[in-house]
Design a protein around this ligand. Structure first.
Ligand SMILES: [Zn+2]
Length: 249
């Protein structure tokens, strides 16, 4: 469908965009944002580790730091490739790569990548929904998502605007909050109680803590800022608009 045809159709609102089109449309900027998070994470790590090794040559990050730098760079490149693929043609198939990027981001054990990982997780879910024959479902209650306005999605069942890159199934959100509590527990055991305070225990603690933090923070932000309920008009009325309403804009 050409842009002109879409424009004319959107003007007359004879045919509003499909749920899949809206998911694809919302996915593009999210892909870019998550790629930038991975990129900034890699650049920060390399710059700070470099500066630290110059200032304190005796410490020396050693192989572990080098390994982390390579890891952060590789997943930033991977995210960049997926972003470019999505920019040329958004597709359902990119959902698998989003899931892979989410796991890789969580595995880094830092805040920026964990935050990016959460976005990729949500993207993976919604691209998967876009690929289904059956209607796309709200992660919270399984309600059938509808197009709301020109480029938004909403769930009539829970009367919420659904956002690609933020919304995930309820079970995943609960698991994420459990991971957060586990991460805090491991952190306290390591730092305050001095239990299992080994190098690898600290790494595992970081992975749990930052992964859980990304879930907890998103959960909080959604409650605080995205929590508003919307009234969704009947789908049958979507093509019919009052003249005054249109000219009033
Ligand atoms: Zn819902």
């Amino acid at each position: 469908m050409t842009g002109l045809v879409w424009w004319e159709m959107s003007q007359t609102e004879a045919q509003p965009p499909t749920v899949r089109e809206v998911i694809f449309k919302q996915a593009s900027p999210i892909l870019r944002r998550m790629f930038l998070l991975y990129l900034v994470n890699a650049v920060f790590l390399i710059v700070f580790a470099g500066a630290f090794s110059v200032l304190f040559p005796s410490f020396g990050g050693g192989l572990w730091t080098l390994g982390l730098e390579v890891y952060a760079t590789l997943i930033a490149v991977y995210a960049g490739i997926v972003y470019l693929l999505g920019r040329s043609a958004m597709s359902v198939g990119l959902g698998r790569h989003c899931y892979a990027l989410a796991v890789l981001g969580f595995g880094f054990g830092g805040f920026l990548d964990a935050w990016g990982g959460y976005g990729f997780l949500s993207l993976g879910y919604w691209l998967g929904q876009a690929g289904k024959e059956s209607p796309s479902v709200c992660g919270r209650d399984g309600g059938e998502v509808v197009v709301f306005g020109p480029e938004s999605l909403a769930c009539p069942k829970c009367s919420r605007v659904v956002r690609v890159g933020y919304d995930i199934p309820r079970g995943w959100a609960k698991a994420g909050l459990a991971v957060f509590l586990l991460g805090v527990l491991v952190y306290v055991m390591n730092s305050s109680l001095g239990m299992f305070n080994t190098f690898y225990a600290r790494y595992v603690g970081d992975v749990l803590l930052f992964t859980g933090l990304a879930f907890a923070l998103t959960f909080y932000l959604q409650r605080m800022y995205f929590g508003g309920l919307v009234r969704i008009p009947s789908i049958n009325q979507s093509g019919v608009r009052e003249e005054g309403e249109v000219s009033g804009r």
